[in-house]
Design a protein around this ligand. Structure first.
Ligand SMILES: Nc1ncnc2c1ncn2[C@@H]1O[C@H](COP(=O)(O)OP(=O)(O)OP(=O)(O)O)[C@@H](O)[C@H]1O
Ligand SMILES: [Mg+2]
Length: 488
């Protein structure tokens, strides 16, 4: 046993009295320390001390083995002897820095090897310690390096989330609080392997969310396999999902790899899962639990590694209560539930989405981005969009195309008409108010929010106009802004 490892043993025996020796509550909470040394007794000493100091030791006998043990975003630090069989500790340091320049590497050098130490520091070593060393010093250096590493990783995660959120803003447009929260949730849960169930009415963007979850995850490069359980005939769901061997049943001439197997290494998106035939639900549950698929007619199960995302357009508990969805399957699928609000509940977003779609279609079709009248704007804000974003997107497309052939009101395009908007129905007072609001908003928009010409045009005293605008919730600033925005 070397001197330094004897030192380690003695110090380790006293360790419980020291502050450094406080172990983490749970072994997996301990930061890893990769010890690289070909001398087994030195490794044993360091291992013991690192464990007592609250770290999780991982060991390698040489540089080559060490490199296989490093994972991206390795959460701890490396402690390596300079003299190793094959590549030296300094070579290892260089290679590690090429993989991750911010991964701390502490070098253990022979006595008096100053030039080696200088070279090591030059290549970015976190520190070097001369042998024989005091184990307390090693613990202190490792603790400092690990604390620094922790900060670096926190910073990286933060930068990554900001990048994610920026990317998501373009894919999932919406500025209301609910949409902001939705993007936060996606960026957070994308990095986990949890099963996510996406709940939202038709056209709210469930598939957009599923793809974003996949694209921001470690499985981004793997396959994304979407299965619409409602679109498959009941008799075909089993073969489609689980696959079959050649000759498994009449007509099964060739082996077929099921969708679940196709998703191996990636993401399986089970769309409209409540439409999954009840008889097959236990089989699906078994596959998800065992992580292996039984092909129809197969002799043995095939292991698969998939992350499962699913979507429903009605509350899954309603489907459970109606006996269409098994509760045990639901538990398996909704470790995380992401709810997308319907468009009518996203204040202000209809206009934002409409403008963005209309812009895109105007570019695609090579036409002008048409102006919205105050009526169109009011319709956008008050229509309840039962088909949600999909309906709005279609409306924007028709609006752009129709504008090129002579304008039509958005309302008539969406609700349909025989040459005019449908006759309004309801309380006379409400209809009068809506009409009054429309007339004033239109006049304000035409005069870019300036009051004087509106007073003349509508032949109203200033005070009456002010009162009406306050009662009808009209602001000239907003109208002028909306108008200016439109004419850009
Ligand atoms: N927030 C959004 N920003 C931009 N585009 C969106 C947004 N939400 C949805 N879309 C677009 O709306 C359309 C419908 O979205 P998607 O297909 O994801 O809805 P869905 O909830 O899966 O609908 P369904 O229940 O009918 O399957 C797509 O063209 C999608 O790109
Ligand atoms: Mg969908």
């Amino acid at each position: 046993m070397s001197d330094s490892s004897r030192d380690l043993d003695t110090a380790a025996a006293n360790a419980p009295d020291r502050e450094a020796a406080r172990p983490a509550d749970h072994p997996s909470d301990r930061p890893p320390v990769l010890i690289v040394d070909d001398d087994p007794s030195m490794r044993a000493g360091l291992r013991q001390w690192m464990r007592l100091a609250g770290f999780e030791p991982v060991e390698a006998v040489d540089a080559e083995q060490a490199l296989t043990l490093l994972t991206p975003d390795f959460a701890g630090c490396l402690v390596t002897d300079v003299l190793l069989p094959g590549a030296s500790g300094v070579d290892l340091l260089r290679k590690v820095k090429a993989i991750d320049a911010e991964l701390p590497v502490v070098l253990l050098t022979g006595h008096g090897d100053v030039s080696m130490a200088v070279e090591a520091m030059h290549h970015g070593a976190a520190d070097f310690i001369e042998k024989p060393f005091d184990p307390d010093v090693v613990a202190a250096v490792v603790r400092r390096s690990v604390a620094h590493r922790h900060l670096v990783l926190e910073n990286r995660a933060l930068t990554r989330r900001l990048d994610d959120l920026q990317g998501l803003e373009a894919r999932l447009i919406g500025e209301c609080a609910e949409m902001r929260r939705l993007r936060e949730q996606i960026s957070h849960f994308a990095r986990t392997d949890a099963s996510v169930m996406i709940v939202g009415e038709t056209g709210t963007g469930k598939e957009v969310v599923a793809r974003a979850l996949s694209d921001l995850s470690v499985r981004a490069k793997g396959p994304f396999v979407a299965v619409n359980c409602a679109a498959l005939p009941e008799t075909m769901v089993e073969a489609e999902l689980f696959g079959h061997e050649a000759g498994a049943f009449t007509g099964a001439e060739r082996l077929r790899v099921g969708r679940m197997e196709q998703a191996d290494g990636g993401v399986l998106f089970l769309d409209e899962i409540s439409a999954m035939p009840l008889l097959l639900q236990p089989k699906l549950l078994r596959v998800l639990q065992e992580r292996e698929v039984d092909r129809l007619g197969g002799a043995r199960p095939v292991p698969i590694d998939v992350r499962v995302l699913s979507a429903v357009n009605v509350d899954p508990q309603t489907s459970v209560a109606a006996g269409r969805l098994r509760q045990d399957l639901l538990y398996r699928l909704n470790a995380v539930e992401i709810r997308i609000p319907p468009l009518r509940e996203r204040a202000g977003d209809a206009r934002l989405l409409f403008d963005s779609f209309a812009n895109r279609f105007a570019v695609d079709y090579g036409c002008e981005h048409p102006q919205l009248t105050a009526d169109d704007a009011a319709f956008l804000a008050t229509h309840d969009w039962p088909g949600n974003v999909r309906e709005l997107r279609n409306a924007a497309e028709r609006f752009v195309l129709n504008a090129a052939m002579g304008a039509r009101s958005l309302c008539s395009l969406v609700i349909g008409d025989a040459g005019g908007d449908p006759a309004p129905r309801g309380r006379l007072k409400d209809m009068m108010e809506a009409h009054e609001r429309r007339v004033i908003a239109d006049a304000l928009a035409r005069h870019a929010g300036s009051i004087a010409p509106v007073l003349v045009e509508l032949d109203l005293p200033r005070r009456t106009l002010n009162e009406k605008m306050a009662r009808l919730g009209l602001s000239r600033g907003e109208i002028a802004e909306a108008d200016a925005e439109r004419s850009k």
